[in-house]
Design a protein around this ligand. Structure first.
Ligand SMILES: Cc1cc2nc3c(=O)[nH]c(=O)nc-3n(C[C@H](O)[C@H](O)[C@H](O)COP(=O)(O)OP(=O)(O)OC[C@H]3O[C@@H](n4cnc5c(N)ncnc54)[C@H](O)[C@@H]3O)c2cc1C
Length: 409
C-alpha cells in the first residue's frame, strides 16, 4: 500500500490504516475539532482541499467570536497565541438609520470583553501550527474529498489520487460540503438576493473597541474593530447595489461608508481589496448520516447580520467532542447512529432557533417604520430590567443553556 510523507509533521499518512476520525475540511471548524479530539485522546486525519485553508477563496474574512465561544480555544490552551492577534470588543452599538431602534451594550460578564475580532488568516495559522505539532493529528496529502462511502464498520473518503478510511467522517467542508451531498443529507433554505462586501480599513482616529452596526431597509452596515486602529467594514446590500459598490474606487467606497457611519470612517484608507459574499439561510435536515456527521457551515448557513456562523460552528465542535469522547470512554461505536443522533438532537434545535431569530431581525430591520418602532419599545422595556439585560448578554455571548465542556472554562 502506498504511503505519503507529510513534510510538516513527523507522522505520516498511511492509506492502509483505519483512522478513528477523518475530518474533511481544515478550516477553522475542522482544525479546532482535530485539536479538541486530540485532547481527549482521539486520533484524527484532516483532509483539506487547499492545504493551507487561509489560501482558500474565502480566506479574507474577519470574525467576531463571542466570549462564550472564545472559551473553546481557551480550553485548548490557545488563548495566549490568539490574544496577540485579536481585538477585544468592548462595546456594541446597533441602530436603525432612521433612529427607530437602537441597542447598546458595554462590556460582557464581569467587565470582560463581549467577544473578540480576529482575521481568518491569523486564526488559521495559529490552529494549523498547533495541529501540525500534535502527534494525534495527521494531514492527508492536499486535495479535495470527492465522495464518501459508508460501510457497516468504516467509511471511505475518496480523493483524487488516494482514499482514507475511518470509523467516523466529519464534514467540516463548508457550505458546498461534499460529505453532506454525498451522504444524501438535504440542505434546506433559501438564498437571499443580497451580497455582503467586506473590506479592511485603517482608521484615522481609532475605534475605541466598539462594534457599530447601522440597519437600513436595504441591509446592515457593520464597522468592526480590528487591531492597531484597523476596522472591518461589512456592508450588506441587494446584489445589484453591492455590485455598484464593488465598482467604486476605494476612496469613493470609503466616502459612501462614511456618509452612513460618520466620523469613525472619515479619512480611512482601504487596506485590503474588497470581497463580495453571496448570502443565504440553510440548515441540514439532519446533522448526521451513516458514519458521517456535519459541523460548521456544512450543517448551516445563516444571515450574517449578527456574525453568528462561526460561533455556531464552534458550539457544534464543543458538543460533538462531548458526544464522541463520552461514547469512546464507554466503548461504544463512535460512528453509530445511536451516538451521532445525540449530537443532532443537541445542536440542530439551537441552530434552527438562531436562524429563526436572525431572520426575524432581518424582517424587522427591513420592515416598515411602525414595526421597527414597536420592536424598539419592546427592546427598551427589556433593557430596563437588569435581570433581563444580563440574560440577553449571556444569550448573545453563547453562555446559556446546556453548555458543552469546552465552553464551560
Ligand atoms: C462576510 C462574512 C462575515 C462573517 N462574519 C462572521 C462573524 O463575525 N462571526 C461569525 O461567527 N461568523 C461569521 N461569518 C460566518 C463564518 O465565516 C462561517 O460560518 C465560518 O467561517 C465557517 O467555517 P467552516 O470551517 O465551517 O467553513 P469554511 O470556512 O468554509 O471552511 C471549509 C474548509 O473546507 C475546505 N474544503 C471545502 N471543500 C472541501 C473538500 N471537498 N475536500 C476537502 N476540503 C474541502 C475548504 O478549503 C476550507 O478550508 C461571516 C461570513 C461572511 C460571509
Amino acid at each position: 500500500m502506498a504511503s505519503s510523507m507529510n513534510t510538516d509533521t513527523s507522522h505520516s499518512f498511511s492509506d492502509d490504516r483505519v483512522y478513528p476520525v477523518a475530518i474533511a475540511g481544515g478550516g477553522v471548524v475542522g482544525l479546532t475539532l482535530a485539536l479538541a479530539l486530540a485532547r481527549c485522546g482521539i486520533e484524527t486525519i484532516v483532509l483539506e482541499a487547499f492545504g493551507r485553508a487561509a489560501h482558500s477563496p474565502l480566506g479574507g474574512r474577519h470574525f467576531m467570536v463571542s466570549f462564550g465561544c472564545w472559551r473553546v480555544w481557551r480550553s485548548l490552551g490557545l488563548e495566549k497565541d490568539l490574544a496577540d492577534l485579536a481585538e477585544p470588543v468592548l462595546g456594541l452599538s446597533a441602530v436603525c438609520a432612521d433612529g427607530t431602534l437602537g441597542v447598546r451594550a458595554e462590556d460582557g460578564q464581569d467587565g470582560s470583553p463581549l467577544g473578540y475580532m480576529i482575521a481568518e488568516e491569523s486564526l488559521t495559522k495559529v490552529l494549523m501550527r498547533a495541529a501540525k505539532k500534535d502527534t494525534m493529528v495527521t494531514f492527508a496529502p492536499t486535495g479535495a474529498v470527492l465522495a464518501v462511502e459508508a460501510g457497516p464498520f468504516e467509511v471511505l473518503l475518496r480523493m483524487d489520487t488516494h482514499a482514507v478510511r475511518a470509523r467516523l467522517a466529519v464534514g467540516c467542508d463548508g457550505l458546498r460540503s461534499v460529505i453532506r451531498q454525498s451522504s444524501g443529507i438535504r440542505f434546506e433554505g433559501w438564498d437571499y438576493p443580497l451580497k455582503a462586501i467586506s473590506a479592511v480599513v485603517q482608521t484615522v482616529g481609532g475605534h475605541g473597541g466598539v462594534a457599530r452596526q447601522i440597519f437600513t431597509r436595504r441591509g446592515p452596515l457593520a464597522f468592526l474593530p480590528l487591531r492597531e486602529g484597523r476596522a472591518n467594514i461589512v456592508w450588506t446590500q441587494p446584489s445589484a447595489a453591492a455590485d455598484a459598490l464593488m465598482a467604486l474606487s476605494e476612496e469613493d467606497f470609503v466616502e459612501e461608508a462614511a456618509s452612513r457611519l460618520g466620523g469613525v470612517v472619515k479619512g480611512a484608507r482601504v487596506e485590503t481589496g474588497r470581497q463580495a459574499f453571496r448570502l443565504g439561510s440553510h440548515v441540514a435536515d439532519c446533522f448526521h448520516g451513516d458514519r458521517v456527521v456535519l459541523a460548521g457551515d456544512s450543517a448551516h448557513q445563516i444571515h450574517p447580520l449578527a456574525g453568528q456562523g462561526l460561533n455556531l460552528g464552534l458550539k457544534d465542535v464543543a458538543a460533538l467532542v462531548d458526544v464522541v469522547c463520552d461514547a469512546q470512554k464507554l466503548g461504544l461505536d463512535i460512528g453509530s447512529s445511536a451516538v451521532l443522533s445525540q449530537y443532532t438532537r443537541w445542536r440542530r434545535s439551537d441552530v434552527v432557533a438562531v436562524a429563526a431569530v436572525m431572520e426575524g431581525f432581518s424582517q424587522i430591520f427591513s420592515g416598515p417604520p411602525l414595526l421597527r418602532a414597536l420592536a424598539g419599545s419592546t427592546m427598551d422595556l427589556m433593557g430596563s430590567s437588569p435581570a433581563v439585560r444580563s440574560w440577553l448578554m449571556k444569550e448573545a455571548g453563547a453562555d446559556t443553556g446546556d453548555l458543552p465542556t469546552l465552553m464551560r472554562a
